[in-house]
Design a protein around this ligand. Structure first.
Ligand code: NAD
Ligand code: TDX
Length: 339
């Protein structure tokens, strides 16, 4: 089996590659990644010499280069993680989100049509469903929940999802889609809530909580997401959407306080800053479909996952310190300087 994994130098894609190489001794993995600010070769350093692995520095929007890779490799499966993934950046500059997330998806699916494929899998997000109110804890996103997006990021992901389903219906492309809740774990880029708070706390810097910190996210350890995708690409039904989430809802402020406690840092570091524009209140996934059809259940409890994550950031300081010492400084100043 040969699998093209796009966006494999990023957070979830790299974890997925590690999971697949560990689980399937005879699979070949081709990572296609443009290496934007979010892609990191040091993440993949440990597998670069593995004969089952090939890295291609290619933009998924580059049709000629993508077709070349398909001609060389004859992939059986494509798993598309490549995306602009940060909501705050999409509010500053939506264009690249539409380019990569929608047009890049189209190029990959055109290649799948041209060269033939057993499965095209689109890694999507719970954000395509919009948000839920805080005072209705009985409500959850199912696969039937209407698409109702809030940010340029989630709109671009929803646009891609619709295109994927259209390629299935119109051209018969064998597609699946997973819509997962917030991931956390190793190699998470420190612009996102959990790694940003860990890095800032370790550096005794302010911890910028948007609004009142009441917004709720449904956190899933990254390895559980990777296992869900593994199940879907092998056993999922073509043309179907699968929600992935572990019923682990937490308010942002509680996560930040927990990180302070674990790192033995004072809560006085917490600084309430201006809210995100259009900020979604609550995400919560109903994972019944993937559980009943494919037997998936999250294996890592949050208490265990957050300890593993914090330990990883403590043991891999060089990985994130290199990131935050570079271009990230300008990003941080722009996003948080006058907030
Ligand atoms: P990330 O930002 O950490 O990584 C994205 C990767 O894609 C990077 O390596 C980047 O270099 C690459 N990339 C970006 N544009 C590209 C292009 N044009 N061509 C080729 N490569 C390109 O993102 P992540 O958090 O790992 O998310 C991966 C996928 O999972 C995304 O599609 C995202 O929408 C989805 N998702 C993320 C979460 C989450 O909590 N992080 C939850 C649900 C779904
Ligand atoms: O500095 C911060 N302060 C803060 O209060 C940051 C970076 C975030 N937040 C809040 C905003 C959100 O309510 O924390 C929450 C989580 O924020 P992010 O880590 O930016 O994640 P989110 O916006 O929920 O989106 C994530 O989950 C769904 C991923 O980035 C997406 O790619 C995925 O689709």
């Amino acid at each position: 089996m040969t699998i093209i994994v796009t966006g494999g130098a990023g957070f979830i894609g790299s974890n997925f590659i590690f999971h697949m190489l560990k689980t399937y001794a005879d699979y070949r993995i081709i990572c296609v990644d443009k290496l934007t600010y979010a892609g990191n070769m040091s993440t993949l350093a440990g597998i670069m010499e593995d004969s089952r692995f090939r890295f291609c520095k290619v933009d998924i929007c580059d049709r000629a280069k993508i077709y070349e890779i398909f001609e060389d490799e004859h992939p059986d499966i494509v798993v598309n993680f490549a995306a602009e993934s940060h909501v705050d950046r999409s509010i500053e500059n939506p264009e690249v989100f539409l380019q990569t997330n929608i047009l890049g998806t189209q190029v990959l699916m055109d290649a799948c049509r041209k060269y033939g494929i057993k499965r095209y899998h689109q890694v999507s997000t719970d954000e395509v469903y919009g948000d839920l109110p805080l005072d209705r804890p009985d409500l959850f996103f199912t696969e039937e929940t209407p698409i109702h997006t809030s940010s340029p990021y989630s709109s671009s992901k929803a646009g891609a999802d619709l295109l994927v389903l259209a390629y299935h219906r119109t051209f018969g492309l064998p597609v699946t889609i997973s819509r997962c809740s917030n991931n956390y774990g190793p190699y998470h880029f420190p612009e996102k809530l959990i790694p940003l708070m860990i890095a800032n706390a370790l550096n005794d810097k302010p911890l910028p909580v948007y609004g009142k910190g009441e917004n709720v996210r449904d956190w899933l350890y990254v390895e559980d997401h990777c296992k869900a995708i593994d199940l879907i690409i092998h056993n999922g039904r073509v043309g179907e959407v699968y929600n992935v989430g572990g019923h682990n809802e937490m308010a942002n402020i509680d996560i930040v306080k927990l990180i302070c406690k674990k790192l033995d840092k004072p809560e006085s570091l917490i600084t309430y800053v201006a809210d995100r524009k259009g900020h979604d209140m609550r995400y919560a996934i109903d994972p019944t479909k993937i559980h009943t059809e494919l037997g998936w259940l999250p294996e890592t409890k949050f208490a265990e996952g957050i300890d593993k994550t914090i330990n990883w950031y403590l043991e891999n300081r060089k990985w994130w310190e290199t990131i935050i010492s570079g271009e990230y400084q300008n990003y941080y100043e722009k996003m948080y300087g006058n907030r």
